[in-house]
Design a protein around this ligand. Structure first.
Ligand code: XIL
Length: 358
């Protein structure tokens, strides 16, 4: 019922607020590396297409932030924060604890449980303390479950040395340092209802029952034309997490095509998947935002990762909007007069409260 009201309100707003509102009602975010902020084509596109939130693609990961024990390098992260502040955008913090991008000074040594817990504590205290409220949410733990049928805890130095409790510890520590910031569990392959999302649901429900301060679930959503859940599966799955009292975000959306160049039909299929993902999140009434893992096909991690040219993002390599962008525009925008220059946002880019604001 509440969802239907939200949709109705959105439609009414679209019709009525044609003059005053010129920005997305729900933030569209993109992942980027700070050096893109030196490229005029890129920053022009951020403004033209009303990007409201930035996620450092790598520059808030431990290997970048703490390359030597106790020595922190915030330069890339701070550059993104400064840009975001100057352009009325929010920044998503990604990520405090992951099995990848761990500096070699951590992985090259053998630590006792107490020593590694100290390292984790110190990292979280320093990083969450430094960023303060310049980020509007943290991916505290990323990809903690594996892809076996059991979806057990993924082996990592954290899991093997500290044990299952590293997750409780990380959330608790982040919450101590900043008690107001939303704290997320983030993972891939969990946007549809499947064995892995069942395992995340069970784990998170148990953590919530223990009082662990988890605020939200990040659904990475690295999808492809050949592999994506149905709209219904995504909607039902996200809703069950919201029913636990959590907020939800799409944190790393991209939709791989598989071959290149993409045909018009493939681009239309891609657009439909974008629509299904966005509407699944919005239909819960507790969707905090949609982030795509990049802005333009010119810079997508998938070309390296998959080893072929990919086109998974909303803008072409020359910054033209693709059909997928139309999905973002239609579903996230209150209204968007095509020829109006970007203006200051009229809505808060930090949607902490779980009310239906779109
Ligand atoms: C990726 C970056 O995009 C790449 O540049 C880097 O080489 C590897 O990591 N899931 C995540 C992201 O949570 O941090 C990953 O980002 C993509 C998959």
């Amino acid at each position: 019922m509440i969802q239907k009201q939200c949709v109705t309100v959105l439609l009414l707003l679209s019709i009525v607020l044609t003059v005053t509102a010129q920005t997305f009602a729900l933030p569209w975010g993109v992942a980027l590396t700070s050096k893109r902020l030196q490229e005029t084509n890129f920053t022009t596109a951020l403004s033209t297409y009303r990007v409201r939130s930035l996620t450092p693609e790598n520059e808030m990961k431990m290997g970048v932030l703490q390359p030597q024990k106790g020595t922190f390098d915030f330069s890339g992260a701070d550059a993104i924060i400064e840009y975001a502040k100057a352009h009325d955008m929010g920044v998503r913090g990604h990520t405090l604890v992951w099995h990848k991008n761990i500096p070699s000074w951590v992985t090259d040594e053998t630590w006792t449980k107490a020593q590694l817990t100290d390292i984790l504590d110190n990292h979280i205290e320093t990083v969450v303390g430094h960023m303060g409220n310049d980020v509007y949410a943290w991916d505290v733990v990323n990809e903690a479950l594996d892809d076996t049928t059991a979806h057990a805890r993924r082996p990592s130095i954290w899991q093997e040395t500290i044990g299952d409790e590293y997750i409780v510890h990380a959330f608790t520590k982040a919450h101590q340092v900043n008690p107001t910031i939303p704290l997320y569990y983030n993972d891939y392959g969990i946007i549809g209802k499947n064995g892995k999302s069942d395992a995340v649901y069970t784990m998170v429900k148990s953590l919530l029952n223990q009082g662990v301060p988890i605020t939200g679930i990040g659904f990475q959503s690295h999808l492809s034309l050949n592999s994506h859940p149905t709209a219904e599966s995504m909607q039902q799955n996200m809703q069950r997490f919201v029913d636990l009292g959590l907020e939800v975000s799409v944190t790393e959306l991209d939709v791989a095509i598989g071959t290149s160049p993409a045909t018009a039909e493939q681009l239309a299929q891609q657009e439909q998947i974008y629509r299904d993902v966005i509407s699944a999140c919005m239909s819960t009434g507790a969707c905090a935002g949609i982030t795509t893992w990049g802005l333009t096909d010119k810079y997508t991690w998938l070309t390296d990762y998959l080893g072929h040219t990919e086109a998974p993002l909303p803008l072409t390599t020359t910054y033209e909007p693709k059909p997928a962008y139309q999905a973002i525009k239609d579903m996230l925008l209150v209204t968007y007069p095509a020829d109006t220059p970007a203006s200051h946002p009229t809505t808060d880019p930090r949607p902490h409260s779980r009310v239906c604001t779109y």
